[in-house]
Design a protein around this ligand. Sequence first.
Ligand SMILES: NC(=O)c1ccc[n+]([C@@H]2O[C@H](COP(=O)([O-])OP(=O)(O)OC[C@H]3O[C@@H](n4cnc5c(N)ncnc54)[C@H](OP(=O)(O)O)[C@@H]3O)[C@@H](O)[C@H]2O)c1
Length: 342
Amino acid sequence: MPTNTAAWLVTEKASFLEVKQADYTSPSDNEIVVKNHAVALNIVDFARQFMGNALFPWDKYPCILGSDVAGEVQEVGTSVKNFKVGDRVLGMAVGLKTGRPADAAFQAYTVLPAHMASSIPSSVSFEDAAVIPLAISTAACGMYQKEYLALQHPTAPRRQDTGETILIWGGASSVGTNAIQMAIASGYDVISTASPKNWDYVQKLGVNLVFDYHSDTVVSDIVKAFDGKKSAGALSIGQGATSICAEIVSKIGGKQFVASASPLPPQLPEGVASKFIFGSDLKDNEVGPAIYVDFIPAALKDGSFVPSPPSRVVGKGLEDIQKGLNELTKGVSAEKLVVTLE
Ligand SMILES: NC(=O)c1ccc[n+]([C@@H]2O[C@H](COP(=O)([O-])OP(=O)(O)OC[C@H]3O[C@@H](n4cnc5c(N)ncnc54)[C@H](OP(=O)(O)O)[C@@H]3O)[C@@H](O)[C@H]2O)c1
């Protein structure tokens, strides 16, 4: 049995992760074990570290953080048909949802539900693949779950045009760049917001129109841009964005719903509904396999979906994860911080 090591958050709000031994857990029937080559860092990781149980009351200590892994399949459960030992994969580590240390990302070996893992082609590096999981999952939860925007699922090659347009606020974020690409693959046009320095980038990903969210006229500009278009609703990414998206949605007609990656504002315009996204909910419904089994492998292979935003490697080895998390607290723009492990 392989020897496992993890970056442990030993006590609530401990200021550094301790690298030490962890149990190696074999997969159950529908799981795989991945030997991690790269892990990506997310805001929720340092938030869990520094806010402790105020954020997720169910976190127990010691615990292991992290959601994004890419690596090689080490072991497969008896019912798993689509992976074999040695396959190159990315996957969403669901430890935040299950509470089991074996399911978290920041360790040498992670157990993944097989339906939350995707094969990656040889053209995609582990560093680039690791940027995808939590961001695409969060976007997918807001866009495809039935009690959220309930859009058509994405396909590769892309679906026929639906004739509808979605507002994706925060298009240069990790969640936003993944949302844009999936919306296009699902047959929707996209209106988005980003700082002007990122306009070229989000337009290359497929955005039809992009606006500077710092502008005083952004609301009226977007309302005008929706003139003559049918709205599929909005995906809100960024602190404070949900009330702005709700105002826009209330003025443009179409689907009166804002899927929100941030906590909801106290009030919404009459007739507009909104729901906070929990980015790992897709593990337990039809959206998880639709994204990880059906969409990602095909879309990465035919190049219609690219890992986004670009990875920036900030360290090598579990010891460097804390350094990377400290760096992430300073904020990033259209990039994802990654630590390589192999
Ligand atoms: N609920 C969940 O399950 C869940 C899961 C993951 C993330 N999130 C949340 O989703 C948000 C994005 O996460 P991420 O990892 O994708 O972030 P990220 O990549 O670190 O986001 C940075 C980017 O966000 C853009 N941005 C920041 N504030 C904005 C605002 N008010 N309006 C528009 N754009 C804004 C910036 O764009 P410019 O550089 O162009 O200015 C920047 O490039 C965070 O608030 C995070 O906490 C929620």
